[in-house]
Ligand binder design. Structure first.
Ligand code: ZN
Length: 264
């Protein structure tokens, strides 16, 4: 919250991956003059529009975090992720890396979703790699022999779940090609019918031509367009406020949510 205010933002969204555990702390830390949108970035799997499946991120904002549909799905995912990470660490240990599945898992906070960034930081601490980025590049990426895919929420289920919990959904960085395979525009058209409220257009991983294509598609579908830095603290290099959302788009998005107010 302090970094956001210092960057000159008048509103910031907190969208941790698959958790709302930081909502209270963020609300308490919010300085005067900074408005706070509470949300989460949901890991989902989606049709890719070419007959296959692809993993996507959905930014869910201003929903009721206690809605039963959300809690059930959260519990399911959390257990699945811990199992998956345990297996990944076990594979690395078997290959001689200085990581122990039991010690590693015991060191993770039980209330948070466990993911590859946790393992990446452990590998940095053990001196296996110099940085989180290097851990992903060398050992934890999707084509690594240690990688195990996750069972994520189907995107249609996520849209329905967030709608019933009074929130709004924005497709996060849909055309971020350097992160891996992306969806065809036809998928965004289908999701718009299923209740998707917007698409994230201005994102550090979007090339100028992809931003233009997305903006045109959003205009055709009457979707809100957003921009965000995808700030990850020290885990990534993009500074906060590197990308922003236009005030009129922000108002359109907020008007669609019914469960949790914007603070401030
Ligand atoms: Zn994302």
């Amino acid at each position: 919250m302090r970094v956001a205010a210092e960057a000159g933002l008048d509103v910031v969204a907190l969208t941790d991956h698959d958790t709302t555990a930081g909502w209270v702390e963020a609300a308490e830390a919010r300085p005067d003059g900074l408005r706070l949108v509470r949300g989460a970035e949901l890991s989902c799997e989606s049709p890719d529009g070419r007959g296959g499946r692809v993993s996507v991120h959905i930014l869910a904002y201003l929903f009721d975090p206690e809605h039963p549909a959300l809690l059930t799905e959260q519990t399911r995912l959390r257990g699945e992720r811990r199992e998956r990470l345990t297996t990944m660490v076990g594979r690395m240990a078997a290959d001689g890396y200085p990581v122990d599945p039991e010690t590693f898992m015991a060191g993770l906070p039980p209330e948070l979703p466990a993911g590859r960034p946790h393992l990446a930081r452990a590998l940095v601490e053990q001196g296996v790699v110099d940085s989180v980025n290097e851990a992903f590049a060398k050992l934890l990426n999707n084509s690594s022999r240690y990688y195990i895919p996750r069972a994520d929420t189907p995107v249609s289920v996520a849209l329905e779940m967030i709608a019933s919990a009074g929130g709004v959904c924005v497709f996060a960085h849909p055309f971020a090609r350097r992160r891996g395979r992306i969806v065809e525009p036809s998928v965004i058209i289908d999701l718009a019918v299923e209740g998707l409220a917007g698409v994230e257009v201005d994102h550090p991983d979007h090339a100028p031509e992809d931003r233009a294509a997305l903006r045109a598609l959003a205009a055709d579908l009457n979707l809100v367009t957003t921009g965000s830095s995808d700030y990850h603290g020290t885990n990534k290099t993009t500074p906060i406020a590197a990308e922003t959302t236009a005030p009129d788009m922000f108002d359109r998005l907020v008007a669609k949510a019914t469960a949790t107010p914007v603070l401030g």
